[in-house]
Design a protein around this ligand. Sequence first.
Ligand code: OFO
Length: 169
Amino acid sequence: MKEALVTAVNDQINAELESAYLYLAMSARMEERNLPGLARWLKIQWEEEIAHAMKFYDFLIQRDAHVSLKAIAQPEATFDSPLEAFRMVLEHERHITSRIWELSELAADESDYALQSLLKWFVDEQVEEEDNARAAIDALSLVGDSGPGLFLFDREMGARTDAGQAAAE
Ligand code: OFO
């Protein structure tokens, strides 16, 4: 693999692990707010992000390229309401989408067809990730930040299947 691509994929491993760390911290904040369903949803998201990082990790290993793990920044997981939390999720996923698209452009410039093939999965995944965050924002905008609506929404979000199960589907 070209060195610039190896560096960019290693940076993306770091970005995925940072995403995981952010969602785990947000999950803890939801536990503190007595919202176990939202906490569970975010914890599953944490697992998904680890799985994303590992897809890139395994790809580098398979291509006989050097894996270089970097420091993971402390996450900024402070929010005033569940609605604000999911706005943060959407903003973060948009940031990840732009990174994936940049990486796709680089892979195309360098004619690395194997990396382009891997990234196609991530391009599609980001459509789903942004859509999920938007759906939560829409629901929270309707139900508000307290009361029976939030109780029911929390229960619904807690019914999400685990990342391992989703990956096996
Ligand atoms: Fe949340 O998405 Fe990874 O890539």
